[in-house]
Design a protein. Sequence first.
Length: 343
Amino acid sequence: MKNAVSNTQLILFFLLVNFSFGCSNNQSATPDKKATTTTATTPNQPEQRKDLDTAAYNRILKELANGDTTGKWPAKAPYPLPGAVLPFHRIVAFYGNLYSKRMGILGEIPKEEMLKKLQGEVAKWQAADKSLPVIPALHYVAVTAQGAPGKDRMYRARMPFKQIDTILNWAKEINALVFLDIQVGHSTVKNEVPQLEPYLKMPNVNLGIDPEFSMKGGEVPGSKIGTYNADDVNNAIDFLADIVRKNNLPPKILIVHRFTEGMIRGYDKIKKVPEVQIVMDMDGWGDKTLKKSSYILYIHNNPVEFAGFKLFYKNDIRKDPNGMYTPEEVLKFTPKPIYIQYQ
């Protein structure tokens, strides 16, 4: 197990070195002064419950624990507010950025082809597990880490709001959720998340935060793997919970990426609140043995609330054309991931 961790970190370090930062040629990219959200409407959401079905909630959590005997799963958390997406649905998301073909499938191929491919993946997951409805999502990197400091020397670029509007309109076409992801560079979660408030007020828009590019020691993003502590994650939770309360919204979903021990420090101090549903997403790439080892170490052994798993169309099959996990194989994991992301 020790060797698996070491190899995983090494492989993922090379991913960082070759990442090329999706907006490296767009250092001056800045958001519009005001979000132009009037052109984007909110897609229909899974039917909201007037009262949370706690019996169904408990039953699904037990099923997701997949026979775990350690007592870690189901993870302990309060019941969510009514209207919660999780665990009543599984989410299958495409990840990327519209400035880069190298950051993920979302920006790599033309829109129509991408949406059709996403719907195909949703259908595969639905066939693999008919017990949970599967819904699509677009996971858009709205703040990208940079290899150069930029004018404010924060080593990150905020995407124009018009791009987020585009993602919202695409999501509407297939009734998908939206996740806005941030890579803070030398900035902080506390500074970056409020910039997205106009969108996070929308019922279908959720948040992702990526410690990989949080460079607390002042390093250049990509030169080493970054880190968040519990306070960073809790800052995002507090902000989302406040938005939910003020706007009478269903719970927000927070995706936290992770593939090493050091990426999340103090996981057991992360807040659990009814307004926010937390998914710890195993974000590493490599062969099946490495990915499963990382999942056990950093997701199963460090329970927070819900589990996620990321699949890479290219990097997972570098050494083996059959190296990418199938839905049926992933559903054998303990716990079963409720959020699936493709890059």
